[in-house]
Design a protein. Structure first.
Length: 320
């Protein structure tokens, strides 16, 4: 009996220790000691993603580092050419798929892995479908003739084997897939700025004292077909791969926004906590690339409270 009590007591101590230890483990933003510029965005992360058409040339450059530092780059396939000091151009294979380019600091061995997806051209869509996956039709005329509402040229093909692939330190391809039910391959559009914005939000959440390893993405990309099916607006930023409906869900992980304000209830006030963390970054010069929409939503019978973010490059605000 005494042995059993001691065993139970030991287990309790270990559980408490593990919980305290996990809470004290500092958040790792996954940043390298240098930054990589490509497609007019700058990423500091050791893992990042981009996508290009088969006939595009990708230009990459190391920034925010000493000019005396030497960097090397290598790719799995395609044609990688040095175009200047710590600058390269990459000509992709014509075949759609996922390829890698690794940039390494020769002195420190610190590196950035860029996962590059060569897109499947949207002109391959037949009757609104691509390999059985229903995409639908994009509006031919951009909303108010704004460039951010131009129809995309291509989509990322996601197969089951790479659906869990990390495309940034804390997010995977699967996080952004459209919710419509279908078999693989599935197709996705994702803007780099949205992924960078989510990583930035996660870092700020942890700086505010909320310990989270990721952000739950309730809704990422939506095909025009699915967007219409759920009755959303025609020019939703979700169909352009530039929006996400998000909440924080780890304490406990139950598919619902956590009780962020610690009042014992899950409601719009918790969404407002996340909303305020994001809003606080607006107006800062370094946040300019991530300007977009920000809105909060109440709990309903279909979902819990959440926050919408996007990178439309125009400031928009709303609350349910």
């Amino acid at each position: 009996m005494k042995f059993a009590l001691r065993f139970v007591f030991l287990i309790i101590i270990l559980l408490v220790y593990n919980r305290v230890h996990s809470q004290q483990t500092p958040f790792d933003p996954g940043k390298a000691t240098f930054k990589l510029k490509f497609k007019n965005v700058i990423s500091p992360y050791r893992i990042m993603f981009t996508s290009i058409m088969p006939d595009e040339i990708l230009e990459c450059e190391i920034v925010d580092s000493s000019s005396s530092e030497k960097y090397a780059a290598e790719s799995t396939k395609g044609r990688l050419v040095i175009s200047g000091v710590n600058k390269w151009t990459w000509e992709p294979p014509k075949r759609s798929g996922k390829y890698e380019i690794i940039f390494t600091n020769a002195a420190t061995s610190d590196s950035i892995l860029l996962n590059v997806f060569v897109l499947v051209p949207l002109n391959q869509i037949k009757s609104g479908k691509l390999n059985g996956f229903r995409i639908g039709e994009y509006p031919r005329v951009p909303l108010r003739n704004l460039s951010v509402y131009k129809a995309p040229k291509g989509v990322i093909e996601v197969i089951e084997e790479n659906s869990q692939l990390k495309i940034s330190p804390h997010f995977t391809l699967k996080n952004f897939l459209c919710k419509q039910q279908c078999a693989f391959p599935k197709y996705l559009i994702l803007q780099e700025r949205l992924l960078l914005k989510l990583e930035l939000i996660l870092e700020k959440v942890n700086e505010k004292g909320y310990r989270y390893n990721s952000i739950h993405i309730m809704s990422g990309y939506r095909t025009p077909h699915y967007n219409k099916m759920i009755g959303n607006v025609k020019y939703s930023r979700h169909v352009y791969g530039g929006a996400a409906d998000i909440f924080l869900d780890e304490h406990p992980k139950d598919g619902m926004m956590d009780d962020l304000n610690k009042d014992g209830r899950i409601n719009y006030l918790d969404a407002n906590v996340l909303y305020d963390i994001i809003e606080e970054m607006y107006g800062k010069p370094w946040y300019k690339p991530f300007i977009g929409g920000l809105g909060w939503y109440r709990k309903t019978s279909n979902h819990g409270p959440f926050v919408h973010i996007d990178v439309r490059q125009i400031r928009a605000r709303w609350g349910d």
